[in-house]
Ligand binder design. Structure first.
Ligand SMILES: Cc1ncc(COP(=O)(O)O)c(C=O)c1O
Length: 391
């Protein structure tokens, strides 16, 4: 029913992704080359037609729309009273870090992980303390090293942990048991847990993710959850996110942080766009997931060819796939630069995500099939010439 096949010319549109050379094919930054759901576009058009763009604040209809979405899509109950509006996940994470920790504190992460977490931590004078994920080279599977995580959380200078679930860039949905263990450890050591669930709607299999706010109340007292329609519905420039905090005291603290840093005030499209997404977006999202599954399979088939020495890390969610290129290079930036120069294909170099990222490239598959096929052809050409050049 919806159009996931047309290629849209995004050059000359202020797009960050499409700002390169005319021959470039960008498959790096996390936005999609699919047009927004017409229901969202219509709601935005209605707003623009009003012609009044003064200061705004979200009301019950916004928070209800978010709550109903989680009830319907994830069978997760969330009280609208637990919610705060924010102008984006990263500004809200940064504002929260500033409120709940001190300069010089450790913020624990599980590398390789979304690179902007490092900016939010280090640009605010905190230290990154990573409990690197364990990687099984045979299966391509990543797991949490719980003994190491406990040691890092027990460090007296560790006051915050940022979890990414589903996890960008490794594509894992952490299990209920894993999330429970993480929450227990954070509770034990008095660490505030920030759970970034921006990719939560983008499962690639029938297995859903567990929103952290559904864990038992005893495990959610130190928890701040961040959700957004931004990745799900490709509305990054709308700058809307919802922060969910069950504990009243902590919610007040976070709210003051959001207000101090002025990330609590929506732009003109954020409220109507979010409400339309959450109340009318189900059908579009269902079709999107089918497209992503098909594209995922294309990449899996591509990597399964004997002449391709790249291994796909099995993903359960997100449209960002993590490619193990360790058979070819341990310098992801060099390989990514080579592919860009030789073929125009732009992938994300894995080193930005730290941990063992230097053995990986990240590819964004949220695009029409024709574009993905073009990307994979360029990748095959680039990898072949990279290998020849090396040997
Ligand atoms: C895990 C994660 N968090 C946050 C963001 C960015 O969120 P926002 O644009 O709302 O700041 C991204 C974007 O790729 C992401 O992958």
């Amino acid at each position: 029913m919806y159009d996931f096949t047309s290629t849209i010319d995004r050059r000359q549109t202020n797009s960050i992704k499409w700002s390169g050379a005319p021959t470039d094919l960008p498959m790096w930054i996390a936005d999609m080359d699919f047009k927004v759901a017409p229901e969202i576009q219509a709601a935005m058009q209605d707003k623009v037609a009003q012609g009044i763009f003064g200061y705004e604040q979200p009301h019950t209809d916004y928070f209800r729309a978010v709550a109903n979405w989680y009830a319907r899509e994830h069978h997760a109950q969330v009280d609208p009273q637990w919610m705060l509006f924010a102008t984006g996940v990263m500004p809200a994470i940064a504002a929260t870090i500033r409120r709940v920790s001190n300069v010089g504190d450790n913020v624990v992460v599980t590398a390789p992980v979304y690179n902007m977490f490092y900016n939010a931590i280090e640009n605010n004078g905190r230290h990154v303390l990573s409990s690197d994920l364990l990687y099984d080279r045979q299966t391509g599977h990543y797991t949490i090293d719980f003994a190491d995580l406990e040691e890092k959380l027990a460090n007296p200078l560790s006051t915050v942990m940022i979890l990414c679930n589903p996890h960008n860039p490794i594509g894992r949905i952490f299990t209920h048991a894993e999330l429970t263990r993480i929450a227990e450890l954070c509770e034990t050591y008095g660490v505030t847990l920030l759970s970034d669930e921006i990719h939560g709607d983008l499962r690639l299999t029938d297995v859903d993710y567990t929103p952290m706010f559904t864990l038992p109340e005893t495990l959610t007292q130190n928890l701040v959850v961040f959700v957004s329609p931004s990745k799900t519905f490709n509305v990054a420039a709308m700058h809307a996110a919802t922060v969910i905090v069950r504990n009243d005291g902590l919610r007040n603290v976070v709210s003051r942080g959001l207000n101090t840093d002025e990330v609590a005030e929506p732009n003109l499209l954020a409220i109507p766009g979010s409400i339309a997404a959450y109340t009318k977006g189900h059908a579009w999202l269902t079709e999107l997931r089918q497209e992503l599954r098909r594209n995922y399979q294309l990449v899996a088939d591509f990597c399964a060819q004997p002449e391709i020495s790249v291994r796909l890390v099995p993903a359960e969610a997100t449209y960002l796939l993590w490619l193990d290129v360790s058979a070819l290079s341990h310098d992801s930036e060099k390989l990514a630069d080579y592919l860009h120069t030789e073929t125009g294909l732009q992938l994300s170099a894995g080193n930005a995500y730290r941990g063992n990222g230097n053995d990986f490239l990240r590819i964004n598959i949220a695009c029409p099939e024709s574009m993905l096929r073009d990307g994979l052809n360029r990748l095959a050409t680039g990898l072949a010439s990279f290998s020849t050049r090396r040997s």
